[in-house]
Design a protein around this ligand. Structure first.
Ligand SMILES: Cc1ncc(COP(=O)(O)O)c(C=O)c1O
Length: 369
């Protein structure tokens, strides 16, 4: 029985105002659908033979024992993958959780954080939850981050933390390495660069900057190009002395034995990952071309595994029509800069085709949908 007592308001009053004033992070769609193109996931699970091999490995794992404090084998494999030192890597239960770790370690009441907009909404939420002050920098008209505006805001605010996302979710735009370096040069504090989609982009991402700047932190994930969103694995890379401090704000035993085992297997099967990345990139190009050919639809060129586009139809109504066909995409109108935009991620070729066919029907006002 849930108690209906006066002390309830007292209990609620103990929750910090920054938390009570916030909103929970919510996707707002069912977790499963026949064609799911709304969460930037990989459309492919691991091949079944690989899964069976993993099941054999799971049989040998003791579920009753805590894992190592740090998943050392995975840290070493990532260090080899990135040509970096394992002491400069934290592996976590999804990159989102590691973003919270950075927030906990860096942001106090009133701490300044500069971030360009529109940006993955979780970051603003993390800053506000910790009592920090967000200094947002509006985008250019083409939805690229405004680098000159960012540099000016950093010089003015002298923030403890700058957050960049490249390629960016929600726009799919990426920053050039030179632009990221320019931000890093003027930033007096840490620069957290979320590279959740870097594997889909042209170029190396910001990895070269780690060799030159101790205040750069890269945040990456196994959820997108590696197709392990369901397992929750991400990693943070930085100077070992900075990472050693961040470790103190980390949740203990963040990574379970199963997830570590799967990630190690994938890092041994990189050709499979590469082949899937190539297919996704081809899917993104196809979606962009098809969307560009439609009247009144304005897609934004993307360096990620998704495309956003402005639709002539009210986004909520469009999403509802597509959902009736079993197709989920995402409404971007919650971002003030993206009024009228929706986002679709590349799925399998046949899913992309089904989406385009349903979209064309919906935009033509076909009532049979
Ligand atoms: C910019 C960005 N960072 C991180 C994530 C998710 O990270 P994870 O699944 O590793 O927690 C997403 C997922 O949508 C994202 O768009």
């Amino acid at each position: 029985m849930i108690p209906e007592v006066d002390t309830l308001s007292q209990a609620l009053a103990t929750i910090r105002p920054a938390v009570r004033q916030g909103k929970p992070y919510a996707v707002g769609a069912p977790p499963e659908a026949p064609i799911k193109l709304n969460q930037n996931e990989s459309p492919w699970d691991l091949p079944e033979p690989l899964k069976r091999e993993l099941l054999e490995e799971f049989l040998a794992l003791p579920f009753n024992r805590y894992p190592a404090e740090h998943p050392e084998r995975l840290r070493q494999a990532l260090a080899d993958f990135l040509d970096w030192t394992p002491e400069g890597i934290i592996v976590g239960n999804g990159s989102n959780e590691l973003a919270f770790t950075v927030g906990l370690a860096v942001i106090d009441e009133g701490t300044s954080v500069v971030l360009p907009r529109p940006m993955f909404s979780l970051y603003e939420m993390i800053v506000r939850l910790h009592g920090g002050r967000v200094h947002p920098v509006p985008p250019r008209a083409d939805l690229h981050f405004d680098v000159a505006g960012l540099l000016a805001a950093i010089r003015q605010q002298q923030p403890a933390l700058v957050i960049l996302t490249s390629p960016n979710n929600p726009t799919g735009r990426a920053m050039t390495l030179a632009d990221i370096a320019a931000v890093v040069e003027v930033a007096p504090g840490l620069v957290l660069i979320d590279e959740a989609y870097v594997e889909f982009a042209d170029g190396t991402g910001a990895r070269p900057l780690l060799d030159r700047y101790p205040h750069v932190l890269l945040l990456r994930t196994f959820s997108k190009a590696f197709g392990l969103a369901g397992l929750r694995l991400g990693y943070l890379v930085g100077h070992p002395d900075v990472v050693r401090e961040l470790y103190k704000a980390r949740i203990p035993f963040m990574v379970d034995r199963l997830a570590e085992t799967v990630a190690l297997t994938l890092l041994r099967n990189l050709e499979l990952v590469q082949q899937r990345i190539a297919e996704i990139k081809a899917g993104v190009q196809w979606l962009y071309r098809e969307l560009s050919a439609l009247p009144d639809v304005d897609p934004i060129p993307s360096q990620a595994n998704f495309v956003i586009f402005r639709t002539p139809q009210e986004p909520g109504a469009l999403l509802a029509r597509l959902a009736k066909e079993g197709i989920l995409i995402r409404n971007m109108s919650g971002y003030p800069e993206l009024q009228g935009f929706v986002r679709v991620n590349a799925g399998r070729a046949e899913e992309n085709r089904a989406f385009m066919a349903a979209l064309k029907k919906a935009l033509a006002g076909d009532e049979t949908l």
